[in-house]
Design a protein around this ligand. Structure first.
Ligand SMILES: Cc1ncc(COP(=O)(O)O)c(C=O)c1O
Length: 355
């Protein structure tokens, strides 16, 4: 019953905003995790003007190639065994390389199989070579016949969404020191860096969230950056009931009607990916106006306090969980979550449709 409508013109608009902010850079559109819930292949088709796509898993890249996507496809975590390496070569994927084991794996690949991005860990302490080991890794990688062209340089920022966090300047300085004067392209910026850090734009930017119209900056929403939300998540009212003052609503009975109340029950819950933790502070859009949730979100349903809706709410009316007028960022904030989690968390029960 719940469905997510994807506005493909919003995706293209958002790519235009990214391009305007990073005019000297090429755009690697990040479409991992089913394009943040928006649908991997339809999003890649909508973003045909992107210079490359980035995914986390080999399977995601194969799905893109299977659908006829011809742009470069970058595996952000690289490959982990010979089968993945050979599949990646056959599908012309570009590789991020971040461990010595991955360099060893490439020794067995055919000449000029891969464009490679060598990842330096500038302070996030997740993936990448320690800066002290970066030059040696580069030399080893550059000596392999499997590598096509120069070795390119890549890092990821831990705190780009906090413009004043000194860790970011330290990461940028570390990357600059490790890669200064090296041949090859450089890539640093995710969405937050694209917004906040002109110094991080480099040759390639790697936006994910911005393309979907949401802001990575806590407290901000995408429209403030000129973006349009690409996803509208909807369901509908399946029951309406009047309850007396003092009646308790939902699991645990934690919500108590403070007045005679009209409840509307909508057919969406955490089984669809709507966050259960939004229960206390969440709201939905009914006829374009925000109406508060009443009580805990269930697996398949949630209740809203529709007492002030006039004329009275009726069964079958559409309810918008997020989209234009109710940013996913606001729902995430009410749920103590981030918009990434909500968008990626749409379950397979939700029909995702482009328009
Ligand atoms: C290496 C890398 N680059 C870029 C991105 C895109 O991040 P965002 O959606 O914040 O733009 C991600 C996403 O997690 C990532 O892992």
């Amino acid at each position: 019953m719940a469905n997510a409508t994807i506005d493909t013109s919003a995706l293209r608009h958002n790519l235009g905003i990214v391009r305007a902010r990073a005019q000297g850079s090429r755009v690697m559109a990040v479409v991992k995790a089913n394009a943040y819930g928006h649908g991997l292949v339809p999003v890649a088709r909508a973003l045909a003007q992107a210079d490359a796509f980035a995914v986390a898993r080999v399977e995601e890249g194969l799905a893109l190639r299977g659908a006829g996507i011809e742009q470069p496809i970058v595996l952000l975590e690289g490959v982990f065994d010979a089968d993945q390496r050979d599949a990646a070569a056959a599908s012309r994927f570009d590789l991020v390389v971040h461990t010595a084991a991955q360099i060893d794996l490439l020794r067995g690949a055919a000449p000029a199989s891969f464009k490679v991005w060598l990842k330096v860990d500038t302070g996030m302490n997740r993936l990448g070579f320690d800066p002290a080991d970066f030059a040696a890794a580069r030399t080893a990688l550059g000596a392999l016949v499997a590598v096509r062209g120069p070795v390119h340089s890549f890092t990821h920022l831990a705190s780009a969404d906090e413009p004043c966090n000194p860790a970011t300047a330290a990461q940028l300085a570390c990357f600059e020191a490790a890669t200064r004067d090296l041949p090859g392209e450089r890539s640093i910026a995710n969405s937050a860096a694209l917004l906040n850090l002109p110094a991080a734009l480099a040759d390639w930017v790697r936006p994910g969230l911005l393309l979907y119209g949401a802001s990575p900056v806590p407290g901000a929403v995408g429209v403030e950056h000129g973006l349009r939300p690409a996803m509208t998540l909807r369901s509908q009212v399946i029951a309406v009931k009047r309850i007396r003052s003092g009646a308790r609503v939902g699991y645990g009975g934690v919500w108590v009607a403070a007045r005679p109340t009209t409840l509307a029950v909508a057919a969406i819950g955490y089984g669809d990916g709507y966050p259960r933790s939004a229960g206390a502070a969440g709201a939905v859009l009914l006829r374009g106006r925000r109406v508060p949730l009443a009580g805990r979100v269930s697996m398949d349903m949630l209740a809203i306090d529709a007492t002030d809706v006039d004329p009275p709410v009726r069964i079958g009316e559409p309810v918008v969980l997020w989209g234009a007028g109710l940013p996913v960022e606001a729902v995430a904030a009410a749920a103590g979550a981030i918009p990434y989690e909500l968008l990626c968390g749409i379950s397979q029960r939700v029909a995702v449709e482009g328009r």
